[in-house]
Design a protein around this ligand. Structure first.
Ligand code: PMP
Length: 370
């Protein structure tokens, strides 16, 4: 039986053809020169134009091109965080934040949110959690692993609280922003009350554009913050390679031609996964508004004995059982801050997804009927 993995973070789509052609052409035409550390002016202008559609006029000097959002985060943490500064992160959250913060001077403070509340961080919860050392509120919109997507009004209410604290930054990781199934995402900087000096957008090409392998993203912030992040990038890795940037620019320019087909496939896959989960008793989940994961609660199936005689005490045990007996890989929720849950990607081929949902049903049902 083929192994089916729903545990990964990248999608099954091939990268957009215009991106591939532009990168190849750039490679053929290239002179052997370092590109600008901050990224090519063409790509940065193309990124700025994208935000013009929301009425936001950005000069290119407010954009820094980075090798992925991971590095964008690392740049930001390195220049913003002082000893023991705190970064507030609503959980469940992507495990990468935790890992990155281990290599910075700050520390992660979890803000637990619940499925029953739609995983919503409220202004009251935020206000209660801010302390003298709080430096960053880091929101992922749409969220990974929950798919929670904040409306403009919800963002504005959070920004209102952030604005009461002159030392606090609102950092919005919008890497999944083109992948939504209802209302489109309002970029944080386009909200009323977003202060240019303290509102930062992180975004990239890995998810919405199916370009994880290319390693490219960007930061939008104040000119001053971008200058600091650029200096850090100059000292550590120079710029992103110029061929990748040519590809990313083509992808951005042709997004209206390339993205709808991917979104259509993901919308259909989301329906298949939802139907598959509905067919399994005692499984609770939040229907994602964005990104391409479900994060169901499988705790009903814990503390049971598998056909191999193993006691499935933890979510990792349950995932190991599904991997061993059904060749199905899921990501245990513990690393996202939610034991008992699993992250399941539906950015996989339709026939694999259908097969995976049957295997999951069989595997779980056997635990309660054997
Ligand atoms: N932020 C979030 C929320 C993510 O899910 C990921 C990738 N899993 C990243 C950032 C990192 O993305 P990149 O590939 O651009 O480094």
């Amino acid at each position: 039986m083929e192994v089916i993995s729903l545990a990964g973070g990248s999608s099954y789509f091939t990268s957009p053809e215009p991106a591939v052609s532009a990168a190849v052409a750039a490679l053929h035409n290239a002179k052997n020169e370092y590109g600008p550390t901050e990224g090519s002016l063409e790509l940065r202008r193309s990124i700025c134009r994208r935000y013009e559609t929301y009425g936001l006029a950005l000069p290119a000097e407010r954009v820094l091109v980075t090798p992925g959002v991971k590095q964008a985060l690392f740049n930001l943490f390195s220049v913003l965080l002082r000893d023991e500064d705190e970064v507030l992160i609503p959980t469940p959250a992507w495990f990468g934040f935790h890992e990155l913060l281990r290599y910075s001077r700050g520390k992660l403070m979890e803000l637990p949110t619940q499925a029953i509340d739609g995983y919503k961080l409220t202004p009251e919860m935020l206000r209660r959690s801010i302390r003298p050392k709080t430096r960053i509120l880091l929101l992922t919109n749409p969220g990974n692993p929950t798919g929670r997507t904040y409306t403009r009004e919800e963002l504005e209410a959070l920004l209102h609280v952030v604005n009461e604290y002159p030392d606090l930054y609102f950092v919005s990781d919008e890497i999944y922003d083109f992948v939504t199934y209802g209302q489109p995402v309002t970029p944080a900087l386009c909200c009323e009350g977003a202060k240019a000096a303290r509102t930062v957008i992180l975004n990239g090409f890995s998810k919405s554009f199916a370009m994880s392998a290319w390693r490219i993203g960007y930061i939008i912030g104040s000119s001053d913050l971008i200058r600091k992040c650029t200096d850090f990038q100059a000292a550590t890795l120079s710029g992103v390679n110029v061929f990748t940037q040519a590809g990313a620019r083509a992808a951005m320019e042709k997004r209206e031609q390339e993205l709808p087909a991917m979104l259509e496939a993901l919308t259909e896959n989301r329906r298949i996964m939802q139907k598959g989960l509905d067919a399994i008793p005692h499984v609770h989940y939040y229907l994602p508004d964005g990104a391409y994961y479900f994060f169901p609660d499988l705790s009903y199936y814990l503390n049971r004995t598998s056909i191999t005689g193993e006691q499935l005490k933890t979510t990792a045990d349950l995932c190991r059982y599904l991997r061993t007996c059904y060749n199905l890989e899921l990501a245990p929720g513990d690393s996202f801050g939610s034991p008992g849950h699993v992250r399941m990607s539906f950015a996989v081929e339709k026939h694999r997804l259908q097969d995976a949902m049957q295997r999951l049903r069989q595997g779980l049902m056997l635990l309660i009927t054997a």
